[in-house]
Design a protein around this ligand. Structure first.
Ligand SMILES: [Cu+2]
Length: 159
């Protein structure tokens, strides 16, 4: 009996998305901040529409210089504010975060209960399981952008 050996050399073709975005998500601008990556980014929608949402992420800086965050842009929101949560005698309060620096060869987490980006004036297009774009502007003029998944509070709590 002859055994026929098939050696399928499957050629995987990567279909690259064009500039239109479409089902492949929004177009993300190229980052200019060398060595900086934004990880685990997500926009958590408010429970009640019209209220602010919050954006969380982890900023990683593999570069040789610290990166000072100047401002944050989120496509589809009217206003962003960089906040930090502080504990004033057992009461958690939010205030504008000053001097937000990602150390060289370090990282900085924006997470619930800590630093976060408050987003106000959310477009109705920002529904759960859609995606938008997060851009972080540094004082050097460099920017880092990433695709930003939009999730509900329930989805955020289930993580
Ligand atoms: Cu806040």
């Amino acid at each position: 009996m002859r055994v026929s050996l098939l050696a399928p050399m499957a050629a995987f073709t990567l279909a690259l998305a064009g500039c239109s975005g479409g089902d492949n998500g929004p177009e993300v601008p190229k980052s200019t901040a060398k060595g900086v990556t934004i990880q685990e980014a997500r926009l958590v929608l408010p429970l009640v529409s019209g209220n602010p949402g919050a954006v969380y992420f982890n900023l990683v800086n593999e570069g040789e210089a610290p990166q000072k965050l100047m401002s944050v842009d989120v496509t589809g929101v009217e206003m962003t504010m960089v906040h930090e949560t502080i504990d004033t005698g057992g009461v958690a309060k939010m205030q504008t975060a000053q001097n937000v620096v990602v150390p060289a060869q370090g990282s900085l987490a924006f997470e619930p209960g800590g630093k976060h980006v408050m987003v106000m004036g959310l477009s109705p297009d920002l529904k759960p399981n859609t995606r938008t774009v997060l851009t972080i502007n540094f004082d050097t003029g460099d920017k880092a952008s990433v695709e930003l998944p939009v999730i509900s509070q329930a989805a955020a709590a289930g993580k």
